[in-house]
Design a protein around this ligand. Structure first.
Ligand SMILES: Cc1cc2nc3c(=O)[nH]c(=O)nc-3n(C[C@H](O)[C@H](O)[C@H](O)COP(=O)(O)OP(=O)(O)OC[C@H]3O[C@@H](n4cnc5c(N)ncnc54)[C@H](O)[C@@H]3O)c2cc1C
Length: 452
């Protein structure tokens, strides 16, 4: 038995499951290598033994993206800061980290060096490799998702070879958002920016008013650095979140700002015990949900605060839920929101969770959900103890009709046949996968379904 296999903790449960409890697997083997060299050895050995190989990050995908019956790898120990190269022309920097680093660790590493990610999603529990591999994104009509911030990768191939690749190399293009199907990412180089604060403005508004304010050159989407919208089904009430990038506040003020950086959404809604109680009540007494939603929506309040960017972007999500999110052509978003809300109204479906709407710039990442088009993301959520199938199926019909592309890490029912026509570089990515992994060692059932 190899050294690495000895180090695989025997106390780990035989069944792995994701955060949302929507995916489980019983891997034949598990390993937590301590270095890139060990990682390469495990991959080569597992592949030679005819096992499939999947890496897992934070297990925060709702889809079974990380599952395997073969070898499941954790890169929690391949997560250190390797290199920081300053780029004097822009003030930016190229930062190389072990691919298993969690975003909350990365954010702190960067902050300690006066640096920050250009944009982030809602939470920071994911690994950088898992986040880019599924197309994790935040919001901002001039900004792309996390994969657009990647400038280099090291990818471990089936025979344990370490491929060091950058922009223009087909392996790079297929791997920076590839669901782990081109190999195991061992290191990621990101272009990051000088640290900045965000001035966060949260405002409750009627949903109709929020939708009116979205479009055009003077609309909130175009004029905000980061704009997003939440609304409770059927209540007609929304909360808009507008974040503006500013110079970091001086040290003393930062401490005060940090204390004040408790957004309504974070502290008083999505992460707290009261919201858990609301959801339990809705589960036990479905008829109460419209009134509970009205109470939640009426509780939305205006506030403004300033804090370091990563503290504003990332909040906690302690109330467990299931989610589907589609990338919609930007110009279709108002119709899509209205149709989803109309369906909820007509069906009377029991949904005590808000709907989230975000925005992104077009990008050139081959399998990015924002590839080549101005994008709005519409996400539907459901409390984990409540049924979600009927709601998500109805929402998916609306999203698909609007030309939507599903988030690779969130629930959906599309397959490769549906998805290929939506991605101009779909076949290029398939060619790279076939060249580097002809036996499909890095695949699982989910990747076969969605990528072919
Ligand atoms: C509460 C919550 C909030 C979320 N908020 C957002 C959000 O704001 N925006 C958004 O876009 N998404 C969001 N997501 C989705 C989430 O960001 C993605 O699903 C992401 O993939 C999770 O990262 P992870 O590290 O948990 O990856 P995992 O789920 O563990 O893995 C995801 C994929 O990456 C692959 N992978 C992991 N590590 C490696 C590696 N080293 N090499 C190769 N492949 C690898 C896995 O095999 C798998 O295919 C959220 C999810 C939850 C549960």
């Amino acid at each position: 038995m190899s050294d690495v296999a000895h180090r695989a903790p025997t106390s780990q449960p035989l069944i792995w499951s994701n955060w949302a409890r929507t995916a489980t697997c019983s891997p034949a083997g598990r390993a937590r290598p301590r270095s890139e060299a060990e990682l390469a050895e495990v991959v080569a050995r597992a592949a030679a033994d005819g096992r499939s190989v999947r890496a897992v990050g934070g297990g925060h995908s709702f889809t079974p993206a990380a599952t395997t019956s073969g070898m499941l790898l954790s890169l929690d120990h391949v997560s250190g800061l390797e290199r920081v190269e300053r780029l004097p022309e822009t003030g930016n920097a190229l930062v190389t980290v072990g691919a298993g680093v969690r975003l909350h660790q990365l954010n702190r590493m960067l902050a300690a060096r006066g640096l920050a990610m250009r944009n982030l999603g809602d939470i920071d529990r994911q690994s950088i490799a898992g986040a880019i591999s599924t197309g994790t994104h935040g919001t901002g009509a001039r900004l792309g998702g996390l994969a657009t911030q990647v400038r280099g990768l090291r990818v471990i191939g089936v025979d344990g070879t370490v491929h060091d690749v950058g922009p223009g190399d087909p392996l790079f293009e297929a791997s920076r958002l590839g669901l782990g199907t081109t190999g195991v990412l061992s290191a990621v180089t990101l272009e990051v920016v000088p640290a900045y604060d965000l001035v966060a403005e949260e405002r409750p508004v009627p949903l109709a008013e929020a939708l009116e304010s979205l479009d055009g050159p003077d609309g909130v989407v175009a004029t905000s650095d980061h704009f997003e919208l939440y609304f409770f089904p059927v209540t007609g009430r929304a909360l808009t979140l507008r974040n503006t990038r500013v110079e970091p506040a001086p040290a003393g003020r930062v401490a005060r700002a940090r204390r004040a950086a408790r957004s309504f959404l974070d502290e008083e809604l999505l992460s707290n015990g009261a919201f858990e109680m609301v959801n339990r009540l809705a589960t036990a007494f479905g008829g109460l949900t419209p009134r509970l939603n009205a109470v939640s929506a009426r509780g939305l309040s205006a506030r403004t605060y300033q804090a370091p960017s990563y503290q504003v972007f990332c909040t906690r999500r302690r109330v467990r839920f299931r989610e589907m999110e589609y990338a919609i052509p930007r110009e279709r978003v108002r119709d899509v929101i209205t149709e989803v809300d109309d369906w909820l109204r007509a069906s009377g479906e029991n949904v005590p969770f808000p709907i989230e709407v975000r925005f992104a710039a077009p990008d050139d990442v081959w399998l990015s959900t924002a590839h080549g088009r101005e994008t709005a993301y519409v996400a539907v959520h459901q409390y984990w103890r409540l049924p979600y199938t009927r709601y998500f199926e109805a929402a998916e019909r609306i999203f698909v009709t609007a030309g939507g592309r599903p988030h690779w890490g969130k629930l959906h029912t599309r397959d490769a046949g549906d998805l290929a026509p939506l991605y101009p570089r779909f076949d290029d990515a398939a060619r790279v996968r076939l060249e580097h992994d002809p036996e499909g060692v890095f695949h699982n059932r989910y990747t076969r379904k969605v990528l072919g």
